[in-house]
Design a protein around this ligand. Structure first.
Ligand code: MF3
Ligand code: CO
Ligand code: CO
Length: 282
């Protein structure tokens, strides 16, 4: 038997909410950015495809990134590989962002803009953040790249930040709270004397680039929204050796550590499953 629609049950006052629950309503996002989208199976399939393209692009970069290349070269590779894979690079023209990828080196926390002037040097640590759009769906992931021989201090930061991402992922299952993720990450980072960036957070993704909920990489267990199957979001801890504060440069994008200390970041897009988590960009 067909269920009575909310409009029939409750009258016209609920019609907007009713439309919001339809597939078209979800796509139009008529309730605005405050609404967490529980993805349909069709949306999950589309997001999976975008995530696999993003992963494949990062895999291909592993073989190409080395001392002497420029961050603009990485931008061109990402742009070409995204188009070749049937996608569109989400960063390009996103809120005026000028390039197809973010390349964040050393004290750059995130949103570094590729440039033909910036040549990768032995000892640099680099984050490459790729977001692909395929058939309208988004897949967002980033990895760290060690350029040649890197100091022990930098290598340790990169490794601990990766551990932070996976400790966050381990918290993800239906019924867990968003705060459980941030708490696990913060405890691990701070146990190594590092700090967790507050100014940028993980985010719902998939149908739009950035959707609710925010996923802070710090916080208290048992706080924040509860996770439900087929929520899709990123975890992307930014961890600094020094203070957590950041400054955004004159270009309006490049975020650097306020104290000039090194910063690292790793990111995956994941889906809450019936009993745990699926890492879609792995
Ligand atoms: N990929 C980034 C994220 O993880 C967002 C980059 S926005 C851009 O959310 F405009 F800088 F590309
Ligand atoms: Co992201
Ligand atoms: Co990203």
């Amino acid at each position: 038997m067909k269920r009575a629609s909310r409009t029939e049950k409750y009258g016209d006052g609920h019609r907007k909410q009713d439309i919001a629950r339809t597939r078209l309503g979800r796509q139009l996002n008529i309730r605005g950015r405050r609404h967490i989208i529980i993805k349909t199976e069709q949306q999950i399939a589309g997001i999976g495809k975008a995530c696999r393209l993003t992963r494949d692009i990062l895999d291909a970069l592993e073989e190409r990134i080395r001392p002497g290349i420029t961050t603009e070269q990485i931008n061109q590779w990402v742009h070409e590989m995204t188009l070749a894979g049937g996608g569109i690079p989400a960063p390009l023209n996103y809120r005026g962002y000028p390039k197809s990828v973010c390349t964040s080196i050393n004290e750059v926390v995130c949103h570094g803009i590729p440039s033909p002037e910036r040549v990768l040097q032995e000892g640099d640590i680099l984050n490459v953040d790729v977001t692909s759009i395929v058939d309208g769906y988004y897949g967002d992931a980033s990895r760290m790249f060690l350029i040649g021989e890197v100091s022990e201090e930098a290598r340790r930061l990169v490794e601990v930040t990766r551990e932070c991402l996976y400790l966050g992922i381990e918290q993800v299952r239906p019924g867990a709270h968003v705060g459980d993720i941030g708490h696990a990450i913060q405890v691990h980072a701070e146990s190594h004397g590092y700090s967790v960036v507050r100014a940028f957070v993980g985010h719902g993704t998939g149908v739009q680039f950035h959707e609710p909920p925010d996923i802070p990489h710090y916080g208290e267990p048992g706080t924040g929204p509860r996770l439900m199957p087929n929520m899709v979001f990123t975890i992307e801890p930014m961890i600094n050796i020094g203070d957590y504060r950041v400054v955004v440069l004159e270009d309006g994008w490049t975020a650097v550590t306020a104290d000039g200390s090194l910063s690292a970041q790793w990111e995956h897009t994941l889906r809450v499953t019936e009993d745990g988590v699926e890492v879609l960009t792995e």
